[in-house]
Write a protein that binds this ligand. Structure first.
Ligand code: NAD
Length: 282
């Protein structure tokens, strides 16, 4: 009805997403009339390229904003009429706000990831970080890692072009820091000398079993961060924890992006700790 803030999530295969309950529970706790709806491209039977049309329809029917997820984050980057500075630099959009009828793009994945680094890896060394996976999530983690002061960031992806594109995109914004691509064949050597490793591919999800690198190659003091959050305990998280490494699972990033999105959409001040407790109980 009138006065209800309506928000959606558009992406592929997202019917079981935890983002709607996260938003709705926190909005209710804040006393907001708020509805969060899923637009799954698979259910709608439309290709990702139609995301612009879906955003247009949402705007026309009075939605306040739309979160964007795989595989649309880079497509929407090209569609929006105006971009938040950080989203413009990192090259992906996961939130579109309809402001005076205009589509304004934001990226809250990087905020969520940065807040997760601060909360979950305090005291860790960011001298030499290796990141595996340079897609939508990887753009956000790379930007957060560099914003957080990573001195040397090594980017790698099974699709070397994606790693090179992200390297080229990041370099101009962090001139005092080193950003480089390594070929997948040189990953082992990079892992051996890393102070931390960030995993940003879908490996560890139900339909992508396995671990993307040999955890046994890590230095004892190296930390490990996984962006996968379904499940929270991936084979990587389990193996790195078993070997005694400091580990950051994908949960804080997931909570943090929802918290930052809710804040931008409503102007209210969500309680991140309360959102995290709720999320971990879902
Ligand atoms: P994506 O498809 O955009 O990017 C994945 C990248 O990984 C691709 O570039 C692909 O080439 C690369 N890749 C795949 N397997 C690889 C391997 N074995 N070695 C090296 N590179 C490999 O996907 P995405 O949107 O970036 O999502 C990746 C994961 O991040 C998913 O599990 C997603 O659920 C998760 N994610 C988590 C959060 C969070 O808040 N925690 C946010 C966004 C995405």
């Amino acid at each position: 009805g009138r006065g209800v803030i309506r928000v959606g999530l558009v992406g592929q295969g997202i019917t079981a997403s935890l983002t709607p309950p996260m938003h709705e529970a926190e909005a209710a706790a804040l006393g907001l009339a708020y509805e969060y709806r899923i637009f799954d491209l698979l259910d709608l039977g439309v290709p990702a390229e139609r995301v612009g049309r879906i955003l247009e329809e949402a705007r026309e029917s009075g939605f306040a904003a739309m979160n964007i997820t795989h595989p649309c984050k880079q497509l929407v980057f090209d569609i929006v009429e105006s971009l938040d500075d950080d989203a413009a630099r990192l090259g992906a959009v996961n939130l579109v706000v309809f402001a005076d009828g205009r589509l304004v793009g934001y990226n809250t994945d990087w905020i969520g990831y940065r807040d997760g680094l601060v909360a979950g890896l305090a005291g860790a060394s960011f001298e030499r970080v290796v990141q595996i996976g340079c897609g939508g999530a990887g753009a956000a983690t790379a930007y957060a890692l560099l914003s957080h002061g990573t001195a040397h960031l090594v980017l790698t992806d099974a699709d070397v072009d994606r790693a090179e594109e992200l390297t080229e995109r990041m370099r101009p914004h962090f001139p005092g820091q080193v950003v480089e691509t390594v070929q997948p064949g040189r990953l082992e050597a990079a892992i051996r000398t890393a102070t931390g490793v960030v995993h940003a591919t879908p490996m560890g999800m139900l339909h992508h079993p396995g671990v993307a690198f040999d955890v046994g190659l890590l230095q004892p003091a190296a930390w490990v961060s996984d962006v996968v959050y379904r499940p929270l305990e991936t084979a990587l998280v389990r193996e790195a924890t078993r070997r005694g490494h400091a580990v950051l699972d994908g949960g804080l990033m997931a909570v943090g992006q929802a918290c930052a999105s809710l804040q931008i959409i409503t102007g209210a001040n969500p309680d991140r700790a309360r959102m995290e407790r709720h999320f971990r109980a879902l």
